[in-house]
Ligand binder design. Structure first.
Ligand SMILES: N[C@H](CCC[C@H](N)C(=O)O)C(=O)O
Length: 324
């Protein structure tokens, strides 16, 4: 039998599969099929999730593991901020280390255990990088623009400005007076369907500034749809906030980012070359369920014979959320 975990970062929910525990690793097609099945609210388990996080050995000496990110629709993403916090906790407990690096698609990222947010609510701080504003790295195409930074794009929504940042997965951010879910959903669906602007899709976030170093962010995620939180989305939005709203940004303090699933903190160290800025994402890494399944069933995405145990951490997380 193999153990997989159901986890979340700010209620952005995932399953973690540690492939180093398998006799034979799943092929890329098997991983895609497993992600589509297990993440499905109808055909999956525990009402599905937003994605599958796959842990492998790392080929780098300075990393204790590798994280791959498979969205609920089976597409693979370069990065997942909320997911990296949960994988970091998994590796921390597996190797009994509190500060280390994790190999991700484009970078080996430094992670470390932070102070628990509350009793029974562990937290991790993770590096979010590399950063790029260039159209080739998102990728996007819009007229003759090399970058979208606080740009008017009436073809998206007239009267709103947009900023495109890769961290390194793609994000489109707009600061609004009020987050209108219907408008966010309409734009998110358009830019993740066949479109001339973002051929590989994009995570779309609307952000409301609540005060100095305080934001509310909601995201329509590529490969998923609406999620309770998007770690890389909140990170990219925090960087855009630091660049575009310096009158409300204090670099000596963390930014508090509220979202439909709870709250995270980000820390932005702005560089005169914005792509050289430093972003850290700090927030919960909650394990809600332990699941046992046979390895042979994993290979064929058969989830009819699983044993599920509650960890009891979700209650602790919900108590924490009520306290903020
Ligand atoms: N849907 C994203 C990947 C997951 C990112 C998000 N869940 C996070 O916490 O960063 C993409 O396709 O780029």
């Amino acid at each position: 039998m193999v153990q997989i975990l159901k986890v979340h970062g700010s209620e952005n929910q995932f399953f973690i599969l540690d492939q180093t525990k398998l006799k034979k690793q799943l092929s890329d097609d098997e991983l895609k099929n497993l992600a589509i099945k297990i993440c499905s609210p109808q055909n999956g388990i525990l009402n599905g999730s937003d994605g599958l996080l796959v842990v492998n050995d790392s080929k780098y000496d300075d990393c204790i593991g590798q994280m791959r990110v498979i969205n609920a629709d089976g597409s693979e993403a370069k990065m997942c901020g909320n997911g990296l916090r949960t994988v970091s906790r998994y590796l921390s407990e597996k190797f009994n280390k509190n500060e280390f690096k994790v190999e991700t698609f484009e970078n080996n990222l430094s992670v470390k255990r932070s102070q628990d947010l509350a009793e029974g609510v562990p937290a991790f701080s993770v590096e979010i990088s590399p950063i790029s504003f260039n159209k080739s790295d998102l990728p996007f195409s819009y007229k003759d623009k090399e970058q979208l930074i606080d740009s008017n794009v009436p073809e998206f929504i007239s009267g709103q400005t947009f900023t495109a940042i890769a961290v390194p997965n793609p994000h489109l951010i707009s600061f609004v007076d009020e987050v209108k879910e219907d408008e966010l959903g309409k734009l998110g669906k358009m830019l993740n369907g066949k479109n001339e602007y973002f051929p590989e899709g994009v995570n779309v976030s609307f952000a409301k500034i609540l005060g100095p170093n305080k934001l509310f962010v909601q995201t329509y995620e590529r490969g998923v749809g609406f999620t309770n939180a998007c770690g890389t989305g909140m990170s990219a939005t925090s960087l855009a906030f630091a660049i575009l709203h310096e009158d409300k940004f204090d670099s000596k303090k963390d930014i508090e980012v509220l979202n439909p699933g709870g709250m995270v903190k980000t820390n932005i160290q702005l560089d005169p070359q914005p792509e050289n800025s430093q972003i850290r994402l700090i927030g919960n890494a909650t394990f809600t369920h332990n699941i046992e399944v046979s390895e042979s069933d994993l290979h064929i995405a058969n989830l009819s014979k699983v044993d599920i145990q509650l960890t009891g951490e979700e209650d602790k997380y919900q108590q924490f959320i009520k306290s903020i």
